[in-house]
Design a protein around this ligand. Structure first.
Ligand SMILES: C[S@@+](CC[C@H](N)C(=O)[O-])C[C@H]1O[C@@H](n2cnc3c(N)ncnc32)[C@H](O)[C@@H]1O
Length: 268
């Protein structure tokens, strides 16, 4: 049985991110087949209100994807910002340290549930595509609120419940492949506003329009097998899935919907 509650099961998430392979594989599908060529990371990056001075923390940084834009930008490089990137996975922390070695930043192993900084330390906190992994989401968000300055801002991105996952679950239903239902995503575009409003006075949602147009369905099948939420998906379904998705191509392309966006939260 595939357990989609895995998305916020601590052991499964730690296993999923014990190295960068799964993340790299999934990123390559988005890079290759996304209709919106700007890219989600770049879209997000362009919205951050960096100031000449200030302390910035990213939680769940993964491979530190966002920060290549930062280090390529001469104006931002002239700022005296203090940047801390973090993740609770040792492998991600090592990856970021290697990727940006010699750059002016701190890299720390941090779990959002217990952020090792004092009250009101940061001007800007970023958490992308990671809050849905946090089972005790209220505690995670209250930790963010605690270490953010009163006039600071929290930018967090997440998935919606009408995107790639639901498209896939619909396919599994149609094919009769069993998986268990549950409240698998703790933080989505649909419930994020309500959760953030428990901690912040002002919350705004911003959506990123996109979809995948896939010609080589094998790439999509590899993506499916790399997902934390589908661990336990038997290899015997590989061909069944390929035939199913091949049959759904229109003019040579499989259209897979995406629903991504971000919230901006603060009190000022
Ligand atoms: C889907 S990846 C997103 C990575 C990156 N933010 C991005 O947008 O490309 C989720 C990341 O969150 C990290 N993560 C999951 N739970 C966490 C927690 N409780 N505290 C800190 N990091 C966590 C994982 O190790 C992983 O690197």
């Amino acid at each position: 049985m595939i357990d989609i509650e895995n998305m916020s099961n601590r052991d499964v998430i730690e296993e999923q991110y014990k190295n960068t392979d799964n993340l790299t594989l999934r990123k390559s599908l988005h890079d290759k087949y996304s209709v919106n060529k700007m890219g989600f990371q770049k879209w997000m990056f362009q919205q951050y209100p960096f100031r000449k001075k200030g302390r910035v923390l990213e939680l769940g940084s993964g491979r530190g994807e966002l920060w290549s834009y930062y280090f390529e930008d001469d104006t931002l490089q002239s700022y005296e910002m203090e940047l801390t990137l973090s993740d609770f996975s040792e492998a991600m922390v090592d990856c970021i340290r290697n990727r940006f070695s010699g750059r002016n930043l701190s890299v720390k192993k941090i779990d959002i549930l217990d952020i090792p900084f004092q009250e009101g330390t940061f001007d800007l906190i970023i958490a992308n595509s990671m809050l849905y992994h946090v089972r005790d989401i209220d505690r995670g968000l209250s930790e963010v609120r605690r270490v953010l300055k009163r006039d600071g801002l929290f930018y967090c991105s997440t998935l919606g419940t009408n995107g790639m996952m639901q498209y896939l679950y619909h396919a599994l239903d149609e094919l009769g492949i069993p998986y268990s239902h549950g409240s698998h995503l703790s933080f989505t575009l649909q419930n994020g506003m309500e959760l953030l409003k428990k901690q912040f006075g002002k919350v705004e949602r911003r959506d990123y329009e996109d979809a995948l147009e896939i010609d080589n369905v094998e790439d999509y099948i590899s993506y499916i097998y790399s997902m934390a939420s589908l661990q336990g998906l038997d290899e015997k379904y590989h061909d069944v899935l390929r035939n199913y998705f091949d049959a759904r191509k229109v003019n040579g392309y499989l259209h897979v919907p995406k629903e991504y966006g971000m919230f901006v939260a603060g009190d000022a």
